[in-house]
Design a protein. Structure first.
Length: 224
């Protein structure tokens, strides 16, 4: 029953080495019973923990570093100029801190991480334009992490990509983007921008579309 109680929870209380009673000079049955009972309780804790971790769905007790963030506002840039993608809201975070001043996520634990993103590219110009999105680590471009997307005239493109790489503790992860023709917020210049759209109420209901969604997932300890 103790094991079932642990499995029903979302976390496990770690076992702790017992403070074994000091034995008397001469043998006594009472001391041996107390000693054995202390060890029995400790071994029960270990069995319960291992049973929960190694049993069905035991991975639910493991908490890995992760981050999901998004921006509910549209974002604009200058033509042919690299710009940081901005993040405002955090959905879930463990082992990361968002640095809003530098539009980056600061990692607390060294490891191999996978970055997934979805960027809502919109083009309000009458001709197609390209936009390129890439990763930065400590504000330096990550080799081979760029993807170029063609946004159709007066259309949209959902830009998806993924990349895995080694990140050290205190490293800052960020996303940059650039386009050959950027739109301005007041539409004085037409082109590409990151568009956020509000929730739909008609002709059907649907949630809002953020301009950017990013997910960082821990994959493994550093590979040597």
């Amino acid at each position: 029953m103790a094991n079932a109680a642990i499995i029903a929870k979302t976390s496990i209380i770690p076992s702790k080495a017992p403070n074994l009673p000091i034995g008397p000079v001469e043998y006594t049955q009472l001391y041996m019973d107390q000693f054995a009972n202390t060890l029995r309780l400790y071994f029960n804790q270990i069995d319960n923990t291992q049973g929960a971790l190694l049993g069905p769905n035991g991975g639910k007790f493991i908490r890995n570093p992760t981050l999901t963030a998004y921006n509910p506002s549209s974002q604009y840039a200058l033509s042919n100029t690299a710009s940081s993608i901005e993040w405002e809201n955090i959905v879930v975070s463990s082992g990361f801190v968002i640095d809003t001043a530098n539009n980056s996520a600061v990692c607390a634990q060294t490891g191999v991480y996978k970055v997934n993103y979805r960027i809502a590219l919109s083009n309000n110009d009458s001709v197609p334009h390209d936009a390129t999105i890439w990763l930065q680590l400590n504000f330096e471009d990550v080799d081979n992490s760029a993807t170029t997307f063609t946004v159709p005239a007066n259309g949209t493109t959902g830009a998806f990509s993924t990349y895995s790489f080694l990140v050290n503790a205190a490293d800052a992860i960020s996303l940059s983007w650039a386009t050959d023709q950027a739109a301005t917020a007041n539409s004085s210049s037409l082109g590409v921008f990151l568009e956020a759209t509000p929730a739909l109420t008609s002709p059907y209901t649907a949630p809002a579309v953020p301009s950017a969604v990013g997910v960082i997932t821990f994959i493994s300890a550093p590979v040597t």
